[in-house]
Design a protein. Structure first.
Length: 468
């Protein structure tokens, strides 16, 4: 017959009754030393002791002998795989020892971890406006988003530096990569090399400051190679400016500041490739024709969209835009904002918004007039953007981007001229996400709103199961 060990259950039972091993031994008619051996799984359970446990502690013998350690071990091993514990993980022997000798601690740990996961899932579902302020400030993405928005998505120091570089190194758009290579080499002794994808360790760009070498992956197209060189040039020539810009930044972690420096270097790179005055003039002249501007400045569609959000110089403002990029699952991968539009940080965007529909028509710009729950109206454009494709495994890596402005600016956009503006009551009624949207009778509702209670009438069926 298989031996039965009940060390964990017996120890928990004794603690539940606030007894010592001596007191439990007296109740069961055995010695304290025997109880100690049972709890350490150094003795197997005998039938007389099992019957005594059932009689004196009013427990079902099946509960006593049932071994739940296998399930607990599986739960514990799963929890330990959380990236939160990526530093040093216990081995299987340590986990078994924890289950045997500290079962209450293990159970509490599992409950705490489950609560943590539930809280994180709720945060991700609710979006940024549903987060408590203290959680918002702990997110580097939120800190950077708010920092850029506090500066109206415009940094004059970087714009002037980009203008000075262009004045020193005049170049046509399709010659900019060569110009940047030459400046990096002649002024800083930095060489640029193009490496095969297989040798780049899954990186697109590596800058080795000690060797003075920038390695670019052959997976990068022309636009992105030029962008990466301008990005590195910002760190080489403007590191003091980056530190000055972020000196007053409300960030406690070095990671958040480093991330912000990366975004500021991206800002500078865009300003070099699309100089403010020339880009603003082309935008106004072309009616903000994104494809036309991308062709004129030898940049990508996405780079133009993001650059349009920065045209906020007081003496020469452009249309204030917001920019949002999402993946196929709805996760927000980038966002910038020069408008009052509320952008969800963690996805869950409204399905009424055609941002997600863009995946059905790759490369086609989809205009839409939308209205937020507070009555604000916007004109938005949605289109897919492509990621670098350099192998069979990297195909179909599309993202979707949306560019939008307040309705009062829509007449300046060429896309508005070919898209009939609807009546005020025919705007697409969108929200940030279902958890925060207070709209009633929405046919696309997927969740109950957090801050309102929908009506339930058993005598009728509404458009969704959430409201009758």
């Amino acid at each position: 017959m298989q031996k039965t060990f009940i060390g964990t259950q017996l120890r928990q039972l004794r603690r539940d009754h606030s007894q010592t091993q001596v007191e439990m031994g007296r109740v069961l008619g055995v010695s304290a030393a025997y109880i100690n051996l049972l709890e350490k799984n150094q003795r197997s359970l005998s039938v007389p002791v099992l019957m005594a446990l059932a009689d004196h502690y009013n427990v079902d013998w099946r509960d006593v002998v049932m071994d739940k350690s296998a399930n607990i071990l599986a739960d514990l091993r799963n929890a330990i795989q959380d990236p939160l514990f990526a530093g040093s993980q216990p081995d299987i022997q340590e986990l078994r020892a924890a289950i045997d000798h500290a079962p209450s601690l293990v159970q509490n740990f599992l409950k705490l971890h489950q609560s943590h996961r539930t809280a994180m899932d709720n945060i991700m579902r609710f979006g940024s406006d549903g987060m408590p302020p203290e959680l918002l400030t702990s997110s580097p993405e939120t800190i950077i988003y708010n920092f850029f928005r506090d500066h109206f998505n415009y940094f004059d120091v970087l714009e002037r530096a980009a203008d000075a570089l262009i004045a020193e190194e005049p170049s046509q758009p399709y010659e900019m990569q060569r110009t940047l290579r030459q400046r990096l080499f002649t002024r800083h002794g930095i060489e640029v090399e193009t490496w095969p994808v297989e040798q780049m360790s899954e990186s697109l760009r590596i800058y080795d400051a000690e060797r003075g070498v920038i390695q670019l992956s052959e997976a990068l197209d022309y636009q992105n190679r030029a962008f990466q060189l301008a990005h590195i040039l910002c760190f080489v020539e403007l590191s003091d400016s980056l530190n000055d810009i972020t000196a007053g930044m409300k960030a406690e972690s070095k990671r958040a500041i480093a991330r912000c420096h990366v975004e500021l270097a991206n800002y500078f790179a865009a300003a070099v490739l699309m100089p403010y005055d020339a880009f603003h003039a082309m935008a106004e002249q072309s009616g903000y024709d994104i494809d036309r501007m991308a062709s004129a400045f030898a940049v990508s569609f996405e780079q133009v969209c993001q650059r349009l959000t920065t045209l906020q110089r007081e003496t020469k403002r452009g249309v204030p835009f917001f920019f949002l990029r999402v993946d196929k699952a709805g996760n927000v991968t980038k966002r910038f904002n020069a408008t009052s539009f509320n952008i969800a940080e963690y996805g869950g965007s409204c399905p009424v918004w055609n941002l997600h529909t863009a995946f059905r028509t790759p490369g086609v710009i989809l205009p839409q007039f939308v209205e937020l729950p507070d009555g604000e109206k916007f004109f938005t454009l949605a289109r897919t953007t492509e990621r670098p494709v350099y192998s069979m495994q990297t195909q179909d890596r599309r993202l979707a981007i949306s560019l939008g402005c307040e309705i009062k600016h829509a007449h300046k956009l060429i896309y508005n001229s070919t898209f009939q503006k609807p009546a005020d009551d025919a705007f697409s009624k969108i929200g940030i996400n279902c958890h925060l949207c207070l709209r009633r009778n929405c046919s696309q509702r997927a969740h109950d709103p957090l801050f309102a209670e929908l009506n339930t009438d058993t005598s009728r069926r509404g458009e969704t199961r959430y409201e009758s």
